[in-house]
Design a protein around this ligand. Structure first.
Ligand code: MN
Length: 130
């Protein structure tokens, strides 16, 4: 079972919290602080799901999502935007860039993992082990 999650997030505190929560539920987290590194990891590691910040340096999350979808073997991987952008239309913008869903920051540590798991096939789910 593929339990690798790719996290593309430039904020160190957010990376730390997200990684902590996911690892506690048995996931392996690989992370990138910018889109180019994220694309490289996505190609090499074949993650089960990709969590994508939208406000990123150099290449924003919309551009990253579009680039991820251009890789054949990543065309079916769930991409979930995790972002504090909450303007009307932002959700639609993430979806049209290729994301499957959208979670607003600040994340809720009590529900974050189960929110992510809704985007995974059933076989990946661990249940609540916290
Ligand atoms: Mn950011």
């Amino acid at each position: 079972m593929n339990k690798t999650i790719l996290l593309i997030e430039d904020n160190e505190q957010n990376r730390y919290l997200t990684t902590f929560l996911l690892e506690r539920h048995g996931y392996k987290v690989i992370s990138a602080a910018d889109g180019m590194r994220g694309l490289e990891l996505a190609r090499n590691e074949a993650p089960a799901i990709i969590l994508l910040d939208i406000q990123l340096p150099t290449m924003d999350g919309y551009a990253v999502a579009q680039a991820l979808r251009a890789f054949d073997h990543l065309s079916q991987v769930p991409i979930v935007a995790v972002t504090s952008y909450a303007m009307v239309g932002d959700r639609e913008k993430t979806l049209s860039a290729g994301c499957n869903g959208y979670i607003e920051k600040p994340i809720n540590p009590d529900t974050f993992v189960s929110e992510i798991e809704q985007f995974l096939p059933d076989a990946h789910k661990t249940g609540d082990v916290s």
